[in-house]
Write a protein that binds this ligand. Structure first.
Ligand code: NDP
Length: 419
């Protein structure tokens, strides 16, 4: 029924593509295109004989709009799923607009070079005006809203787990459980153990930039920013157990604060073990998380990119990661004049994911929703035009597909709340 172009072939892409190939009724043809074509060819080989989706591969540098346009023009997909890096969001959106195809991604835009003076000027203005200083924000992609509307196209922004499913959970809670939502706490717990002293579960550069940034939350109509890792809570996660979690800035807060009328507070917490935090602090203190190039023996090196080359490839963690993730949201609000609290969450087992697709649960919990969002757009079930986040659509078909494609969810109507 539809032809899909997937850009990127890393940890998340490998899951999203395999899941698309389990859904051949929607995805009849699929092209895997990435910077390193050999990875696309290896995945095509792995899928051989296991799917009726017709899979092809291509090489593309998605930093180059003209290259992406040429690929879209020759392959003629109905939609493009961007599971490369957030750095490529805008170039791929430009190419989709020019070629009139739908666009889907899992993370909002941030620049690769944070020293770029043009970007920095806009960033510093935004830090002052809005009050949070993370490198990523939605303003760059929301600026495409009118253009996508005029073209009659959908740009679905952030259909991973968080952001993505967490915003669908919010839309579902609003539709079925609340007249008004007052607080949202998003809790992301990875109870998995990969046995390394230090490794990241998805792209190290993007991950370390995110977690080393100041934390922030939305309260009473404005942002409150706090030093990185300065707000800590303990939570007893169903099927995982007690874990320390820390308040982070996270992109869905921005979209939910805009779209959920009457919301008073939105926070995001992620669990980290002590070993991860100690390593990260040390790497930060010695300058290894810096995105500013340095001169080393006559060569320009970006410290965080060099670090990425040293760390285990997140896609390789699958066989050695044991334990479970528990990601979900706690909502408080009112229904029929009465106060109400619920939690919606999913538990995912690292080894089960590995058995099914050869991936760990972080790639799995991101790749499955990437496929689901893409399927809903490609099949016209989600057909609003503009640049929109997942909370802006009917959550029911998405929730059904989560159950069907490996991420079943639970509604707890009496959860423990976070202080
Ligand atoms: P990886 O680093 O494993 O994979 C990235 C892929 O993109 C690689 O195949 C890489 O190619 C390719 N790529 C990078 N630059 C380019 C380029 N210029 N042109 C073409 N291809 C390129 O990342 P992950 O799979 O871990 O993450 C993918 C995305 O998912 C990221 O945007 C990340 O932020 C997002 N994410 C979202 C989550 C959510 O819940 N919403 C959670 C986790 C991740 P090469 O092989 O040559 O390096």
């Amino acid at each position: 029924m539809s032809r899909l172009l997937v850009i990127g072939c890393g940890g998340v892409a490998q899951v999203a593509i395999q899941k698309c190939c389990q859904n051949s009724d929607v995805f009849t043809e699929l092209c895997i295109a990435s910077r390193t074509k050999s990875k696309c060819d290896a995945l095509k080989e792995k899928l051989n004989g296991k799917t009726s989706t017709i899979v092809t591969t291509a090489q593309v540098d998605a930093d180059n709009v003209e290259e992406v346009k040429a690929l879209i023009s020759s392959y003629k997909p109905d939609a493009v799923l961007n599971v490369a890096l957030p750095y490529q969001d805008l170039t791929i959106m430009d190419a989709c607009l020019a070629c009139k195809v739908h666009y889907i991604d899992t993370a909002n835009y941030e620049p690769e070079n944070t020293d770029d003076p043009k970007w920095r000027e806009v960033y510093e203005k935004r830090c002052k005006e809005l009050g949070f200083s993370a490198y990523f924000d939605y303003s760059w992609q929301w600026a495409y809203d009118e253009k996508f509307k005029e073209a009659g196209l959908t740009a679905l922004l952030g259909t991973g787990f968080d952001p993505g499913v967490t915003s669908v959970f919010t839309a579902y809670a609003k539709k079925h459980y609340f007249d008004e939502i007052h607080t949202i706490d998003i809790l992301d717990c990875n109870g998995g153990d990969h046995g390394y002293a230090f490794a990241t579960n998805f792209n190290p550069e993007v991950n370390l930039r995110e977690v080393s940034a100041p934390g922030s939350y939305w309260e009473d109509g404005h942002w409150v920013e706090v030093p990185a890792m300065s707000i800590k809570r303990e939570y007893d996660f169903p099927q995982v157990g007690k874990k320390d979690m820390y308040l982070l800035h996270h992109e869905e807060i921005e979209a939910l604060a805009r779209n959920i009328k009457g919301v008073k507070r939105i926070r995001f917490f992620m669990t980290f073990g002590q070993s991860y935090l100690t390593h990260m602090k040390c790497l930060e203190n010695v300058g290894m998380l810096s995105t500013t190039p340095i001169d080393f023996n006559g060569q320009q090196i970006v410290p965080i990119q060099f670090l990425k080359a040293l760390l285990p490839d997140p896609a390789s963690l699958g066989p050695r990661t044991v334990g479970k993730t528990n990601i979900g949201c706690i909502f408080t609000g009112v229904k029929d004049g009465k106060e109400k609290t619920i939690m919606i969450y999913n538990v995912c087992d690292h080894q089960e994911c590995y058995k099914e697709l050869g991936s760990q649960a972080i790639s799995y919990t991101t790749g499955v929703p990437a496929m689901i969002g893409t399927a809903l757009v490609a099949s016209g079930v989600w057909n609003k035009t503009g640049a929109l986040t997942t909370d802006e659509f009917d959550p029911d078909p998405y929730m059904e597909m989560l159950n069907k494609f490996g991420l079943p969810w639970i509604v707890d109507e009496n959860p423990v709340t976070v202080e």
